[in-house]
Design a binder for this molecule. Structure first.
Ligand SMILES: *Cc1c(COP(=O)(O)O)cnc(C)c1O
Length: 363
């Protein structure tokens, strides 16, 4: 018996998406750090990304980096969230490089690296207007001076992140600022920066456009590889699969019921629901899927069906004129929020498909 609920993961689609994006970006001199965080650092997903041509892996959580290492992945690994100081030793042991915006953290990494007899790579993140992580441009020279003065760490690049907190998109102006900061930093240090890590999937439109990419030579891509969409407008990217992930749930009730509730109406379990116009009795279907498994707002219903609502454990659908027996499996599309929640839920199983011959489909 295949368990439900479960995420079905098409490894061949992830490989294809990575290959398509790495090929297109290579023409602009940009390499891909494939970001595994939405899959909790799944080693099979990571291997599919590497087969597709990603040169490095990135993840936001040290636990996921450790999981990838434990699975035998020896590729260059970047921690893409600023390390927690208390994790410094684990970060130095697991990741080759981390993205940093606080010198206190860089100092903790340097001390841990010296203790472990190694050198940890540092990319300094610059704030370019989205107001999440990053050193203000005016403060960069001081951060650079202090970083290159430390043993145990090596300044290998600078980077930025946009479109995550405030929705500020990458454009020719802020990307030119980043290139100028690279030149200024190199003049200050007297050596070249190896990695200029300009952002996430939201940078794709900018990067694939014609003007030269300046000094930018790296993007950190998660959503575009996994879901085939760019995150600024969530439009599908031409030539990519948007269905590498789908969520399968099982029908636990299927009955013809009236469209409208009856009785005195108060708040429902998760806020208020607008009553629907009365269209007469329809087939209402309950699926054993809820907010503990997935973000229901990020689900796409099977063709001909409509999602009416969700509570902790029940997803309610109007099945239209589709017959739907108890025990039937229904397959839903997922967006990034739904994928993240489903991957993180202990109730959702995973089934890998389209992997190399001989790989184990369950985990
Ligand atoms: C999550 C994240 C990424 C990847 O973002 P996608 O939109 O999934 O491509 C890149 N960089 C940082 C710092 C992130 O937190």
């Amino acid at each position: 018996m295949t368990p439900t609920p479960r995420l079905e993961i098409r490894l061949d689609h992830i490989e294809h998406n990575t290959a398509t994006l790495t090929r297109r970006l290579a023409r602009h001199g940009i390499s891909v750090t494939a970001v595994t965080k939405a899959t909790l650092g799944d080693p099979d997903v990571a291997r599919a990304m590497l087969r597709g041509g990603a040169t490095r892996l990135g993840d936001s959580r040290i636990e996921n980096v450790e999981r990838l290492r434990a699975a035998g992945l020896e590729v260059s690994m970047t921690l893409i969230r600023s390390p927690s100081p208390s994790h410094a030793a684990r970060v130095v042991a697991g990741a080759d490089v981390s993205l940093n915006s606080e010198l206190d953290v860089v100092e903790a990494l340097a001390a841990a690296a010296i203790a472990q007899g190694t050198v940890h790579g540092v990319i300094l993140m610059v704030e370019l207007g989205d107001l999440r992580e990053g050193i203000l441009a005016a403060d960069l020279p001081d951060a650079v001076r202090r970083t290159i003065g430390l043993r145990g760490v090596e300044l290998i690049g600078i980077g930025t992140n946009l479109a995550c907190q405030s929705g500020v998109g990458p454009d020719d102006d802020n990307m030119a600022v980043l290139s100028d900061l690279v030149a200024a930093t190199e003049a200050q240090c007297g050596f070249g920066l190896v990695r200029v890590s300009a952002g996430n999937s939201a940078n794709l439109d900018w990067a694939l456009d014609d003007p030269p990419a300046g000094r930018i030579n790296e993007l950190r891509l998660g959503e575009s590889i996994l879901l085939g969409r760019e995150p600024l407008r969530r439009t599908p990217i031409a030539g990519l699969h948007t269905d590498a992930f789908s969520l399968v749930g099982e029908v636990i009730e299927s009955k013809i019921k009236p469209t409208r509730p009856w009785g005195t109406i108060h708040q429902a379990a998760f806020g208020t629901t607008e009553p629907r116009p009365d269209t007469g009795p329809t087939r209402r279907v309950l699926v054993a899927l809820g907010r503990q498994d997935v973000d229901p707002d990020g689900l796409t219903a099977p063709h001909g069906m409509t999602i009416l609502g969700a509570s902790s454990d029940h997803l309610v659908l109007d099945a239209g004129d589709r017959p739907c027996r108890v025990g039937a499996e229904l397959t839903f599309g997922v967006d990034y929020a739904a994928l993240l929640r489903a991957m993180t839920s202990p109730f959702v199983a995973r089934r890998l498909r389209g992997g190399p011959a001989g790989s184990d489909p369950h985990r």
